[in-house]
Write a protein that binds this ligand. Structure first.
Ligand SMILES: Cc1cc2nc3c(=O)[nH]c(=O)nc-3n(C[C@H](O)[C@H](O)[C@H](O)COP(=O)(O)OP(=O)(O)OC[C@H]3O[C@@H](n4cnc5c(N)ncnc54)[C@H](O)[C@@H]3O)c2cc1C
Length: 483
C-alpha cells in the first residue's frame, strides 16, 4: 500500500491517457471525468482510508446509471481494469492505471414506509438512509458508523448493531441494479438472475460489476438501549473472561462487543478518555429498554465501571455507540474469528493492544463482536456462510502516522495474528479486511462449494476479470474439504 497519497501526480509513474480519450468519455456522460493532471483528480481518488488510495488512469463520477454503463463500455474499449469506490472505507487492491468509478454522486434514498423498504443509490452512506427511515420508526441494518457506504458494506455482508436480531445487511436485500462487465444493466433479485443475487449478497464486493442501486428491507426499530461501560485497561483480562460467558447467555435482541481501546491524546477526544486506555463493554439492545437495562445491570453489580454511557436512545443516534472517526484516517485493519476465547486469547489480545508502560500504543483498538443469532441462522444459504457460524469476530484497527510507523504496525498485526492462529477458526469475514489482505483471504471467507459457485458466477459475468480489485473469486483446489 502506498503511504504517499498527496504527492503531485506529475512526479510519479501515473498512467496518463491521451486527452482525446478522456474527451470521448466526457462527451458521453453527464457526470465528471478526471485524468491525473486535472484539478479534482485527488479529491475523487482519495476516500476515507488514506492508506488505500491508488492512482487510476481515469476517474469518473457518474451522475446516473447510464453514465456507469458508458464508463464500463469505455473501459472495455480502452482495455482498462475497473475499480469502484463509494467512500473509501474498505479499499480493495491497488488500482493504479485502472478506470475508477467513484459512485459518490449516486446518492439517492427513497423510503417506502408502507412496504418497509428503501431504495439506495450506490454512493449513499448509511447516514441519510438511517435518517429517512427513522422518520417512519424504521431502521436499516447499518454498521458501526453512518459514514460507511450502504452498498459496499452490504455487498460484503454488513454486521451491525441489529445483527443478532435481524441478520447481516446482505440478508435484507430485495434487489440490485447491476452494470455487468459487458456494460449491460440488469435487474438482479431472487427471481431475476437468482445465482447472481446469491453471489452479490456477501461475495460481491467490487468483483461482479457495478451495483448502481439496491432495494432493502427496513425494520421496526426506533428506540434502543445502547452504549458503553468503560473499565480501566488493567481490568481487561477479567472483563474479557466475564464477557465470554455473559454474551452467549443473552437473547438475540442484544448485539454486543468488547473493545480494548487506546484513545488518542487529541483535543477532540473528551477529557476523561483522552490519551487513556480502557476496556469497553458495548452494544445495542433492540427489545424493551427496561429489559435491556437489566441485562447491563449485571455488569454494574459485578464491578462499578469508571464511566457508564449505556442508556435509552433513538436508534438514529447509534453512531454514539462505536464513536468511529468521521474524517479520513491512515489506518490498517485486519480480522480473525473464534468459537471460544480461552485464557491464551485473552492474554494475547491484552498484550497486543495495550502498550508496555512508557511505550506509545501501536494498535488503536481490538474489538471482539459477539455474533450468532440471526447472523448464524441465515449462514447456511449465504455466499459468505463460512464465517457466519463463528461466535466471536475480532477486528484490529491501527493508525499509521508515517511510513516508519507503518512498518511497525504491520509487524505488530502480523505478530498478533500469528500468536492467535492456534485458537482461530481459520474463517474470515471480509468486511474487516482491506487491500491485499482482503484479496489474499477471500479463500477463507467461502466454503469450497460456495467458492465454486462464486467462481462460476464470476466466470460467466466477467471472463476477462475486468473487475479485479475486490474479493478474489476463485474455485478452490479439487480436494479441499467443506469444513
Ligand atoms: C470506520 C469503519 C467502520 C466500519 N464498520 C463496519 C461494521 O460495523 N460492519 C461491517 O460489516 N463493516 C464495517 N466496516 C467495513 C465496511 O463495511 C467495508 O469496508 C465496506 O466495504 C465499505 O464500503 P464503502 O463502499 O463505504 O467503501 P469503498 O472503499 O468505497 O468500497 C469498498 C469495496 O466495495 C466495493 N464497492 C463499493 N461500491 C460498490 C458498488 N456500487 N458495486 C460494486 N462494488 C462496490 C469497492 O470496489 C471496494 O472494493 C467499517 C469500515 C470502517 C473504515
Amino acid at each position: 500500500m502506498s503511504l504517499d497519497t498527496t504527492a503531485p501526480a506529475h512526479s510519479d509513474l501515473t498512467v496518463r491517457p491521451r486527452a482525446s480519450v478522456l474527451a470521448t468519455l466526457r462527451d458521453t456522460i453527464a457526470g465528471e471525468v478526471f485524468g491525473p493532471d486535472d484539478a479534482g483528480y485527488d479529491a475523487a481518488r482519495i476516500g476515507f482510508s488514506l492508506l488505500g488510495a491508488s492512482r487510476p488512469a481515469v476517474i469518473t463520477m457518474p451522475a446516473n446509471a447510464f453514465d456507469v454503463v458508458e464508463a464500463v463500455r469505455f473501459a472495455i474499449a480502452e482495455d482498462l481494469r475497473v475499480a469502484i469506490m463509494a467512500t473509501g472505507h474498505g479499499p480493495g487492491t491497488n488500482s493504479d492505471g485502472a478506470l475508477l468509478i467513484n459512485t459518490s454522486r449516486l446518492d439517492g434514498v427513497a423510503v417506502n414506509a408502507q412496504q418497509r423498504t428503501a431504495r439506495i443509490g450506490a454512493g449513499t452512506t448509511w447516514g441519510p438512509v438511517l435518517a429517512a427511515a427513522a422518520e417512519h420508526g424504521l431502521a436499516p441494518l447499518l454498521g458501526s458508523t453512518t459514514g460507511v457506504g450502504a452498498v459496499g458494506y452490504t455487498l460484503g455482508g454488513g454486521f451491525g448493531w441489529l445483527g443478532r436480531r435481524f441478520g447481516l445487511s446482505a440478508d435484507a436485500v430485495r434487489s440490485f441494479e447491476l452494470v455487468t462487465a459487458a456494460g449491460d444493466p440488469i435487474h438482479v433479485s431472487a427471481t431475476s438472475h437468482p445465482e447472481i443475487f446469491w453471489a452479490l449478497r456477501g461475495g460481491g464486493t467490487g468483483s461482479l460489476g457495478v451495483v448502481t442501486e439496491m432495494e432493502i428491507d427496513l425494520f421496526e426499530v426506533s428506540t434502543v438501549y445502547a452504549g458503553n461501560l468503560f473499565y480501566p485497561a488493567e481490568d481487561a483480562p477479567e472483563v474479557l473472561r466475564k464477557f465470554r460467558e455473559w454474551a452467549p447467555r443473552q437473547s438475540d435482541e442484544l448485539t454486543s462487543s468488547i473493545t480494548l481501546m487506546n484513545f488518542p491524546p487529541f483535543d477532540e477526544v473528551p477529557e476523561p478518555m483522552r490519551g487513556r486506555s480502557f476496556v469497553l463493554v458495548r452494544g445495542c439492545w433492540c427489545g424493551d429498554p427496561a429489559a435491556g437495562a437489566a441485562v447491563i445491570d449485571e455488569w454494574r453489580r459485578w464491578k462499578q465501571p469508571a464511566i457508564d454511557m449505556w442508556g435509552e436512545m433513538p436508534f438514529a443516534a447509534v453512531d454514539a455507540v462505536s464513536m468511529d472517526p468521521t474524517d479520513p484516517v491512515p489506518a490498517m485493519v485486519t480480522t480473525e474469528s473464534f468459537d471460544d476465547l480461552p485464557d491464551e486469547v485473552v492474554e494475547i489480545l491484552t498484550e497486543s493492544v495495550y502498550p508496555a508502560p512508557g511505550a506509545p500504543p501501536l494498535l488503536m483498538f481490538g474489538e471482539i463482536r459477539h455474533a450468532g443469532g440471526a447472523i448464524a441462522a441465515a449462514g447456511a444459504e449465504a455466499a459468505n456462510g463460512r464465517a457466519r457460524g463463528d461466535r466471536f469476530l475480532l477486528e484490529f484497527v491501527a493508525m499509521v502516522g508515517d511510513p516508519h510507523a507503518g512498518l511497525a504496525v504491520e509487524s505488530a498485526l502480523q505478530v498478533a495474528r500469528a500468536r492467535l492462529a492456534p485458537y482461530t477458526t481459520g474463517n474470515t469475514y471480509l468486511n474487516f479486511t482491506e487491500g491485499d489482505d482482503r484479496a489474499g483471504r477471500s479463500g477463507q471467507a467461502f466454503s469450497p462449494s460456495a467458492a465454486r459457485r462464486l467462481a462460476a458466477v464470476k466466470q460467466n459475468l466477467d471472463p476477462d476479470n475486468r473487475f479485479r480489485h475486490g474479493f478474489e473469486l476463485r474455485a478452490p483446489h479439487q480436494n479441499q474439504p467443506e469444513a
